[in-house]
Design a protein around this ligand. Structure first.
Ligand code: HDE
Length: 691
């Protein structure tokens, strides 16, 4: 087996890095530059001269800085890391990185949204891409997945249609990063196969809190092939160690304005601060002889295999530990391809997957300007590369010798064809008529949409209903709204009735029974994770704040890996009630931040501080909004007056209506925040949201 260390890719990239420290400015040709602020003119007020090669080169290079953005998944963020398998999977596959637990296979992961352009906001309602390039000793394996386990369509020939429909409208390029428009709903309401995926899209899965708190899925059924040629069907799952957590829609929309880089920043800052994102790889193994054991077709990418039927076996972990050095060179130029598989991993006949096998290489020819993009540092395999491919735009290598064909003797027959050790396609037997028709086994479009609906918690269901009402409410065409409600009726009567009531469509008549089956693993509540690592807490305070409790709070959060920001009416060092003897963070100005950027809020104690916050409109709004978004809220002693001012139930001492006080932690006695308060608040923070 090839030895691989977790920093091997980093070492390889070192040769491509250019450090400008202690250097002189030159042209592309290495000629030292005398002056880069003034172009060469005839006289100080005269015309510029054509012979100014520095001006021409500088402007020419600027003119060509942009390459086409990805036609989908244009907005993305990437990071390096490594993957390690727990135990050998040699029973199933010959892929070395899955068979040797001592290997740290270097990876590059790119997360993305689908619909929006490169500069669009992170928190739009959309599918998220989760693409992983494993630089294995046997060549690159790309697992190009999404954060939802199913896809809109069953056959790749419909991909241009679904993407045209969801992208901004062709006449005016509106709306950006949104599916809430007529063409999307017009399309999906005529394609029942989209209904399962649309349920996922209307759920909170479409607005993840962080890339660190979303799952990833390979979507298609793939094959694993072992040394004996035995074939096992497999589904790939990534599960975040921090659990699955999402935003709420009202919050997501506000973040899009307050911090359009919300998810990107979160990924970047987590890695910089050492709170490394981790995911577990899980596999669902389906023995070859169970291919037809299910009520749906394993080749149908609009279907999941419920975990209750085939468990997800944890097989390894992925750790992201290094941010890229240059966004364009790495995150923008990375080229994933579903067709990049290593010996021991193979495709199935899923018609969506088959079309993808063509698309990725094809699009990269245009996007990266020619066929040599595998030579770009981020794409270059760690495995040795030798072939007779040559020339083309951007050739960076100098192939040596005369034997640029096979077979050759001039080059000693090299590179030799490895034969048995090479990638051997699984010899699937194929027999059929050429035909443009879907298999009957792909025909049921509603059962799993119902399964998803049945598996949701109450709050997830209410969010789904609200999302349909929002999106369809922005769809002007009443006939489209109605058509969609008819589909929802096939999924669940209550759902259809609730959505119809919000969008001016008549209540549909029941058409059949909900099958009543559920898969608890589909709910966001199934994986909450543990601890508060990387969670962001706002501490509201003003001059005169009680210092000892504030310091304890900062320490307690820091010790558990949460990140606290001190927010005050003005930025800078904050005057405390105790002559500033303890070390405290500098305050950020309240009006530059917003509650939607935090997971929780605490109002610090201290009489003067509390009195000032009550008079501060930003502070009052901050707390009320955090409550609206069901976030944990803490108040120490006098700080509770801000909760009262914001009208929070229970803050005035009267009992809160059922459940309304959940997640609100108050220290009633005066004095510094005590151990009980801190424990209780951190417990509330672990629980995330209180709907
Ligand atoms: Fe993609 N997809 N896709 N896709 N896809 C691209 O490739 C395509 C599909 C996914 O961070 C493009 O280099 C077709 C499913 C991710 O760079 C393009 C079909 C899944 C990324 C393309 C699909 C994905 C892409 C655009 C239907 C989840 C971003 C730029 C047959 C399993 C990768 C590029 C990155 C990117 C085509 C369906 C995931 C055009 C034709 C299903 C995560 O080639």
């Amino acid at each position: 087996m090839t030895e691989l260390r977790r920093d091997d890719k980093d070492q390889q990239l070192a040769s491509a890095r250019v450090d400008h420290a202690d250097t002189r400015l030159t042209t592309d040709q290495g000629i030292p530059v005398e002056d880069t602020d003034n172009s060469l003119h005839a006289g100080t007020r005269g015309p510029s001269l054509l012979e100014d090669f520095h001006l021409r080169e500088k402007v020419m290079r600027f003119d060509h800085e942009r390459i086409p953005e990805r036609v989908v998944h244009a907005r993305g963020s990437g990071a390096y890391g490594y993957f390690q398998v727990y135990e050998s999977l040699a029973r199933y596959t010959t892929a070395e990185f899955l068979c040797d637990p001592s290997l740290h296979t270097p990876v590059f992961v790119r997360f993305s949204t689908v619909q929006g352009s490169r500069g669009s906001a992170d928190t739009v309602r959309d599918v998220r891409g989760f693409a992983t390039k494993f630089y294995t000793g046997q060549g690159n394996f790309d697992l190009v997945g999404n954060n939802m386990p199913v896809f809109f369509i069953q056959d790749g020939i419909k991909f241009p249609d679904v993407i045209h429909a969801v992208k901004p409208q062709p006449r005016n390029e509106i709306p950006q990063g949104a599916s809430a428009h007529d063409s999307f709903w017009d399309f999906v309401s005529q394609q029942p196969e989209t209904m399962h995926h649309v349920m996922w899209l209307m759920s909170d899965r479409a607005i993840p809190r962080s890339f660190r708190t979303m799952q990833g899925f390979g979507v298609h059924t793939f094959r694993l092939v072992n040394a004996q040629g035995g074939n096992t069907f497999v589904k790939f799952h990534w599960t975040p160690v921090l659990g699955t957590h999402s935003l709420v829609w009202n919050e997501a929309q506000k973040i899009a304005g307050v911090d359009p880089d919300f998810n990107r920043r979160d990924l970047w800052e987590s890695i910089e601060s050492g709170a490394l994102p981790e995911y577990e790889l899980g596999l669902q193994f389906i023995p070859e002889d169970r291919e037809f054991d299910f009520d749906w077709d394993l080749l149908d990418p609009t279907k999941i295999i419920p975990e209750e039927l085939v468990p997800v076996t944890p097989v390894g972990k992925l750790v992201l530990n290094r941010n890229p050095d240059n966004f364009f060179a790495e995150t923008e130029q990375v080229a994933f391809c579903v067709g990049n598989v290593v010996p021991g991993i193979d495709f199935t006949d899923d018609p969506l997957l088959q079309a993808r096998l063509f698309s990725y290489l094809d699009t990269q020819l245009t996007r990266l300007g020619g066929p040599n993009f595998a030579q770009l540092p981020v794409n270059r395999p760690l495995a040795p590369v030798h072939h007779h491919q040559q020339d083309g735009f951007g050739q960076h290598e100098i192939p040596m010798g005369e034997g640029n064909y096979h077979p050759n003797t001039l080059g000693g027959g090299c590179p030799v064809v490895p034969g048995g050790d090479g990638f051997r396609h699984f010899p699937e037997r194929v027999d059929g008529h050429k035909i443009r028709r879907r298999s009957e086994t792909f025909a049921d479009h509603y059962s799993q949409a119902t399964l998803f609906w049945n598996s949701m918690s109450d709050w997830e269901r209410s969010h789904i209903i609200e999302a349909y009402r929002f999106e369809l409410g922005k769809c002007d065409r009443m006939d489209v709204r109605k058509r969609l409600v008819d589909h929802l009726e096939q999924i669940d009567h209550q759902l259809a009735v609730a959505v119809a009531a919000g969008i001016g469509v008549d209540e549909p008549a029941p058409v059949g029974e909900n099958h009543g089956r559920s898969s608890p693993a589909l709910s966001l509540t199934a994986r909450t994770g543990e601890g508060v690592l990387g969670r962001r807490v706002a501490i509201l305070a003003a001059p005169g704040v009680e210092e000892v409790g504030l310091s304890r709070l900062c320490q307690a959060l820091d010790q558990r890996g949460a990140k606290a920001d001190l927010l005050a009416p003005a930025a800078g060092p904050l005057r405390t009630n105790n002559q500033d003897t303890l070390e405290l963070p500098e305050a950020k100005a309240l009006n530059t931040m917003a509650s939607v950027l935090y997971d929780a809020v605490v109002i610090a104690g201290g009489e003067d501080s509390a009195a000032a916050l009550v008079e501060d409109g930003y502070a009052v709004h901050f707390v009320a909004e955090a409550y609206l978004h069901a976030k944990p809220i803490g108040a120490v002693a006098e700080g509770v007056s801000l909760l009262r001012r914001a009208g929070l139930p229970g803050a005035d001492g009267a009992p809160a209506p059922d459940g309304a006080g959940a997640g609100v932690v108050i220290q009633t006695e005066n004095g510094p925040a005590g151990a009980d308060f801190l424990e209780e608040f951190i417990g509330a923070l672990t629980g995330q949201r209180y709907f």
